[in-house]
Design a protein around this ligand. Sequence first.
Ligand SMILES: [Zn+2]
Length: 437
Amino acid sequence: MSNVRMSLRSFSRAALMLGFALGLTFAGTMAAQEPASAPIVLHAARLLQIDAGTLLRPGEILVQGDRIRAVATLVDHPQGAKIIDLGDATLLPGLIDAHVHLFLHPGAEDLQTVQESVPWRTLLAAEAAKADLLAGYTAERDMGTEGAGSADTAVRDAINQGFIPGPRLRISGNAIDLLGGHEDAIGFNPAQRVLSNADYANSADQLVEVIRAQHKEGSDFAKIYETGPDTLIDGVLHTPYQYTEAQLAAAVNEAGRLGTRVAVHAMGEPGTLYAAQAGVASIDHATQLSDETMRLMREKHIPAVPTFAIFEYFARNRNTATEAAREGALLDYKIREFKRQVSAGIPFAVGSDVGPFPHGTQAVELELMVRYGMKPLAVLQADMINGAKLLGWEGQIGELKPGYFADVIAVPGNPLDDITVVERVSFVMKGGKVVRP
Ligand SMILES: [Zn+2]
């Protein structure tokens, strides 16, 4: 009897292992063992060389495997190459969004994270990743799942293994916040114990511990809420800081030990100064920056990520006139400060904070940065060159150069004359694969 039971058990274990083996082989076939594809030549009326700001007319890119092999007015056309003629379009590197929330959708500012399960939100996040990719975003930094913990590791890994379409991703898991801080679930019946959207850390030691835990769960970097909530008093932004410079420095050191970085949500002083002093990777929102903060950002090459798109969206989509007026005033203040920041020559990266507004529509961020004071080429360089650095893919993405990943988009018209063409992407290639013909 017992022998039979034993052998049955061994049999099921063997069957299970065989199943795993078959499953893995199947996965391997799907993701990694596709036949080597023929070289591709992309041809268009124009090609923008982002670093120099020069247009090739026409422009061609030779793509082999997942990489760019050559870029010129006319490249070699190897035998058997597939020629894709994109006509009267401009070839650009894939767009980079340095501030997204794949786990948020319109309505996020309300009760989404309370009412929706993490599995449901993960499925929606996969859809969001696809929408962003089809809009031309081939790389993104996900700035917090807002209560879905490390579920973004699944989305990133599924994209990397070729199971679902989406941009290259750097992810943070949950953001990190103080007890009772900016993103804690305040305003509910305390007896209901509504969960925070972020992971708590109330000291330097706890910051280190949370960063280690998130790293264990697969994060690529840490996102910390450094300021909030925000109020305008007599037309000037006031926002309390959350962590001291020393606490942020401890977080930056620990992230550095793990080979990762810290990005902060920081709207104003003195939180923005503490973040710059501590040497964070980027200051996101960055509505109010003192002269000293801007000096440090120039010196340490810390980009501001203005996220105008979310401010615009909130200013236009409020339920009451009072709320709309408040958001409008905040946006006006931000525009004035942005002009100061542009004159001060601080570095920028481009991030939209998409999620609360529909995924795939965030290229409006580039239009807004131009409208409020930057030149189109400077915005494209901030997006692509500074974005690639910020995401840790410098020399890999963000430019059309031999050896780089073949992340290429086509837009109608010339983005140097009209930046809004990036909102009408007509072709997307990521890693040498056409994802939007
Ligand atoms: Zn955000």
